[in-house]
Design a protein around this ligand. Structure first.
Ligand SMILES: NC(=O)c1ccc[n+]([C@@H]2O[C@H](COP(=O)([O-])OP(=O)(O)OC[C@H]3O[C@@H](n4cnc5c(N)ncnc54)[C@H](OP(=O)(O)O)[C@@H]3O)[C@@H](O)[C@H]2O)c1
Length: 308
């Protein structure tokens, strides 16, 4: 079967190749891929992967074989799901606890943003507790996770401040529900009950200073590539505050995330309350223009690859 394979340190980075089809476990459905989205975590180290590696986390397609244990949707159902590897292939084995059926009216491209970006945004907000009236700060707000987190936080009743890196990256964030959009975290003022931090380095340090005394900072990324040491005396001003780590795969393995949250976000998309923010699409025949755009911080939201 066809799959997107890494080319190592030479060549384009990703190209279509031939690989062996998967052998699903009893709790995995076989999905025929129609769309996937690109995530920074997948593409930032492409050249370091062994040639021929099949990456890919976000899976949208049609059930070709139901899971042998009878779980999950039947053959022919349009679905979205999450896998830890080998998602960029014609056929993907997807665990049914992280698989959801698409409602009518939700496009494949829209659903493709949900497994990684959507579930991360959902869980990070959930880790903050009750959001009604809470002050929430989202760094990296122009990106895939950020744009979904801004919307979900606003839907939950939070006062959301979105942090972007350049003025042109503000596009659309107020319409998505941000009460404030600031360029650079140094422009954020006041204290926040919940901070979603994904940039690392100086952003992480500054974010820790902006946390309310009993607040929660969820750290789930390091887009800048910089280390984020916090002030050793941070505890003095933040007694009771917490810094929590989030890795979406661990949360899915522990069954705190998966089908139920995918279904809820699909319903929000179907109802017009959540905009998936798919701003770039392309064919998996030619993935590198979208990969480069994502790495160059040119994608406002999500880039989606479709499978012809
Ligand atoms: N822990 C997990 O399970 C998990 C899950 C999903 C994502 N992540 C991580 O969370 C981060 C956000 O994911 P995403 O999919 O939203 O990524 P994305 O779409 O590429 O967005 C990243 C955002 O970070 C901002 N940024 C600030 N400084 C940057 C720098 N030096 N280099 C690159 N971007 C910079 C960019 O906004 P400006 O251009 O406006 O500054 C961009 O909007 C990534 O680091 C990703 O790896 C982790």
């Amino acid at each position: 079967m066809k799959a997107l394979v890494t080319t190592g340190s030479v060549g384009p980075g990703l190209e279509l190749g031939e690989v062996e089809p998967p052998q699903p476990a009893s709790d995995e459905a076989l999905v025929k891929l129609t769309a996937t989205s690109l995530n920074r975590g997948e593409v930032r180290h492409l050249a370091e992967e062994a040639p021929g590696t099949v990456l890919g986390w976000d899976v949208v397609g049609t059930i070709a074989e139901q899971a042998a244990d009878g779980s999950g949707p039947p053959v022919g159902t349009r679905v979205v799901g999450l896998v830890g590897e080998r998602g960029w292939a014609e056929q993907v084995a997807v665990p049914t606890h992280a698989l959801a059926a698409l409602p009518d009216g939700v496009s494949d491209a829209a659903a493709a943003v949900l497994p990684i970006a959507g579930l991360t945004a959902w869980r990070a907000l959930e880790m903050g507790g009750l959001l009604l009236g809470a002050r929430v700060l989202v760094t990296g707000a122009a990106g895939g996770v950020g744009r979904l987190a801004v919307q979900l936080a606003a839907l939950a009743g939070a006062h959301v401040t979105a942090v972007v890196g350049r003025p042109e990256r503000r596009t659309g964030l107020v319409q998505l529900g941000a009460a404030d959009v600031v360029v650079g975290i140094d422009s954020a003022a006041g204290r926040y009950d919940l901070i979603l931090e994904s940039v690392g380095g100086t952003s992480m340090r500054r974010a820790s200073e902006l946390l309310a005394p009993e607040g929660v900072l969820v750290t789930y990324g390091r887009s800048s590539g910089d280390d984020g040491a916090i002030d050793p005396y941070w505890f003095g001003d933040h007694s009771g505050a917490r810094i929590k780590g989030l890795l979406v795969f661990t949360e899915v393995d522990r069954r705190r995330l998966g089908t139920p949250q995918l279904e809820k976000m699909l319903a929000l998309i179907a109802g017009g309350q959540l905009d998936p923010q798919v701003t770039r699409t392309g064919s998996w025949d030619d993935p590198m223009p979208l990969v480069r755009a994502l790495l160059d911080r040119q994608v406002d939201g999500k880039a989606v690859l479709t499978v012809a």
